[in-house]
Structure formats: C-alpha cells, structure tokens
Design a protein around this ligand. Structure first.
Ligand code: PLP
Length: 459
C-alpha cells in the first residue's frame, strides 16, 4: 500500500469551532480563588487584566465555541498545518509502530503559540485595548503575541526570562521586527523585578517572575491588558484547533492513535492535541484505550514530582490561586534550554485529567532529549525546538517498546515548534557542553513549603 508522508487539508477544512472539554469532564477542576478573599473568582475579578469575551471563554460551559471569521482568515496564513508520517524515523528505529506528528512549527512565529495569540489580540482589540503585556520563556510565546499585535495594530511589551534573553538574541530581534518591546526579566521596570534583583542580582529569571512583571505592568495602565500563552482554560480552548484538525487528518490516514504524546510546560500544546481525542474516550466514540503522555523535563518536574494544590501563577502572588500540580510559585528551575518548559505550575485542566487518570506524565533529562532530537533531525530533517524534542524522545521510547513487544501501535505526537532560534542549545549539545540537572528532593521539598497552606484539602 502507498504510504502518504504528509496529509494536508484544504483551507476550507479548518475547524470552525474550538472544543471545550470542561462540560464533558466527570470531575471539572475546582474554581480559581481570589487571593484576597479565598473565595471563588467572579468574572469581574479578572476584568482588570482580561477582556470579557476571554473571561467568558475561561468559564464557559459550552462544549463548542464558534471561531470568528476574522480569526479564521488569519489562521489561514499557515493553517491547516501538515500531519506527517515519520517514515524515515520508523525505518531508523526498525519499529513496527506507525509514527505520526502534527507539525505546528510552520506558523510564522515557529510554534503552536499563534493559535491563541491571534484570538487573544482579536478580543482585546474589539474591546478598545491599546496595549498588551506578557512574559516569554523560550521566546516562542513572545514572538506569537508580537505577531498578533502587529496584525491587529496593538502595542506589545514582553518580559523575557533573562536566561533565554541571553541564550537567544535573535528571538528578541524577531519580536522587535513585529514591533514588540522586549525587556529582560527580572527588570528594574517593576516592583516585582526590583525585589528579585535586590535579593539576587544574578537571578536567571523564571516564567513565574516574568508573569508577575507583566501583570504588574498591565495593572498599572488603563489602556493595557495582560495576555497569557498557556495554562488557562481559554488558551487551551484555542489550542484545540490542533487536535481537531489532526482528527480529520488521521481519518484520511485510516489510522486512529493508540498513543498521543505532547511536551508539557503550561500544558497548552499537549492539551490542544489530545483533548479532542479524549473527547472520543469520554463519549465512547472509540473502543481503543488511549495512552496519553505529557512529557516534561526532570529539571522542572511539575506533574511527576509536584504537589496538587492551590497556588499562584506568578512568583509575586498577583494572580488568582488556581488548583494545579505545582512546584511552588517561587521555584526557579535550572536554566535548561527548553525554556518553555520551565514553569512551576501547569494547566488546572491537565492537572485534573492526571488526577482522574485520563493522562500520564513522564520526565526526561535534557541530554537524552537532545539525543532524540538529533535522530529526528537526521531522519525527518526538521530541527525541533528543545521543548518539542521532549515529545520526540517519548515517541521514540514508545516505538522501541512496540519493537520489543512486536506490536504495531499508532503513535501520534505534537511537534510544537522548530528550533531555528535554539542553535545555541544544539551547539552546546554537539560540543559536549550540555549537562543534565538532578534536582535533589530537598530542593523540591523546600519549594513546596511555600504552598503547604494552600492545598485544596486545607480550605
Ligand atoms: C515550542 C514550544 N513547545 C512547547 C511549549 C510549552 O508550552 P505549552 O506547554 O503551553 O505548550 C513552548 C513554550 O514556550 C514552546 O515554545
């Protein structure tokens, strides 16, 4: 039989609705809490930082939400994205498994992130907002928001985690090309940043700190709102375009996945790819028992070693308290090269699905991740982002298991972005300078102490 290497949909096949998993969950996540009152948040609590339409999506109980035409028109700049069959990787592994990957690296910013930056900029623009602030780790989210702001004529200020700012000067140039203003975080522009610098002038920064700076900045001006690239329900909603498209493509292939894999920082690409398939499991539309794997770095093991608790999204305790797996809001992960996976928490939806055993989590060290990335580079030709390489490593391990067991399973993973701005990381790997980080239990316990009093059971 002729094997198709790529399945490409027509522009007219782009899904016209996003999928919201919340109404279908047996146990929806507990509500976020107002940190001042410890009471469940009401929409008005979020109004200073988000426009009402995004707040409505955040708490929506509708399973399907229409995608406005204006957003679909912009999605068409790069969507639908291809679904590839990794035939060359399969051959190299000598595996009976079939490996598919959804390629989100083809967006203008180089990752899945514009799937949500475009709608976020759109809804802000509609309500008269003039300026957006945000954080970025790897630079992918900052690039995506900068792109979206330029398309909708908004100003954009990006607090970029200092270690990534130094590692990736050309990511900064990319954001600036779209008109974004990039500030290394921690910075002296906000009280949050100044507090951190006073304590530790050499701080490499973290997503938690950068979020604190971006929120503080947004709260200080009436024309400005804040935009988050992961974790929240509305972000995950927008990212379901990935899985919805993939379902159509898998149908054309004649296969249905046994295993779905995504790298997991805040959880948005993982959830975006897998939730539309988990919908089939919940609705009993498939008899297959889906194995769904969220892959994280051992240097920031939120799902595999964190605690499920109410915690802040930022280190400065400005955000609401959300129920999630967390390493503690002041946890500063080692400066690994997968900057987008250096976040202390994870989406409450992903956390809930882990608790309810719909999904599993695994963690890998960065050296084995780069080894997997290089095999992918040499077989499939694409240079993956270090974040996405975590999913590749897990896909290779699953394929090798199939070889041992003599089983032809269908493996699907998300290629969340390319690594064209991560060549410093590849350079470090190729020259033997890259090293693994082993997080001692004491470090994790110390970080977790900050959330002891916030556990759901203590409320
Ligand atoms: C290429 C890429 N993949 C994955 C991630 C992790 O984010 P999330 O877990 O929200 O998909 C990032 C974050 O910056 C990223 O840039």
């Amino acid at each position: 039989m002729l094997i198709k290497n790529k399945i490409i949909l027509d522009e007219n096949d782009i899904p016209t609705q996003w999928y919201n998993i919340i109404p279908e969950l047996p146990n929806p996540p507990q509500p976020p809490l107002n940190p001042a009152t410890s009471k469940p948040l009401v929409p008005d609590d979020l109004a200073p930082i988000f426009p009402m339409e995004l707040i409505s999506q955040e708490i929506s109980n509708e399973s399907w939400i229409d995608i406005p035409e204006e957003i679909l028109d912009i999605y068409k700049l790069w969507r639908p994205t291809p679904l590839h069959r990794a035939t060359m990787l399969e051959k190299a592994l000598k595996t009976p498994a079939k490996i598919y990957y959804k390629n989100e690296s083809v967006s203008p910013a180089g990752s899945h992130k514009p799937n949500t930056s475009i709608p976020q900029a759109y809804y802000n623009k509609k309500t008269g907002v003039k300026r957006l602030t945000t954080e970025t780790g790897a630079g992918q989210w900052g690039s995506a928001l900068s792109l979206a702001c330029s398309l909708f004529g908004l100003e954009c200020t990006i607090y970029m985690v200092k270690v990534s700012y130094k590692q990736k000067p050309y990511r900064r140039s990319m954001m600036e090309s779209w008109g974004g203003k990039v500030i290394a975080s921690p910075s002296d522009k906000t009280q949050t940043g100044r507090n951190i610098i006073n304590n530790d002038p050499e701080s490499p920064g973290s997503l938690g700190i950068a979020i604190g700076e971006a929120v503080e900045d947004a709260l200080s001006r009436n024309d400005t709102k804040y935009s988050l690239g992961s974790v929240l329900n509305h972000v995950i909603l927008h990212q379901t375009i990935i899985g919805l498209e993939t379902k159509k493509q898998m149908e054309i292939s004649g296969d249905y996945p046994d295993i779905i894999i995504g790298c997991c920082g805040g959880g948005s690409n993982f959830a975006g790819l897998s939730f539309p398939f988990i919908h089939d499991t919940i609705k009993k539309k498939t008899i297959k028992e889906l194995r769904t794997l969220a892959v994280e770095p051992t240097a920031c093991p939120t799902l595999t070693r964190g605690m499920f608790a109410y915690d802040y999204g930022d280190s400065n305790k400005l955000t609401p308290l959300v129920p999630m797996h967390t390493l503690g809001h002041d946890f500063i992960p080692p400066g690994i090269h997968a900057g987008g996976l250096r976040y202390h928490g994870v989406s409450p939806l992903v956390s809930q699905l882990l608790n309810d055993k719909f999904i599993k989590a695994v963690a890998y060290h960065q050296l084995e991740v780069f080894e997997a990335a290089l095999l992918f580079v040499k077989t499939e030709g694409i240079i993956p982002a270090p974040e996405a390489a975590h999913a590749i490593k897990a896909a290779i391990d699953e394929a090798n298991k199939c070889t041992e067991e003599g089983k032809q399973k269908i493996i699907l993973f998300g290629l969340s972005g390319h690594g064209h701005f991560d060549m410093g990381a590849y350079d470090a790997y190729l020259s033997g300078e890259l090293k693994d980080y082993y997080l001692p239990d004491e470090d994790i316990q110390r970080a977790l102490k900050t959330i002891d009093k916030l556990t759901p059971s203590s409320r």
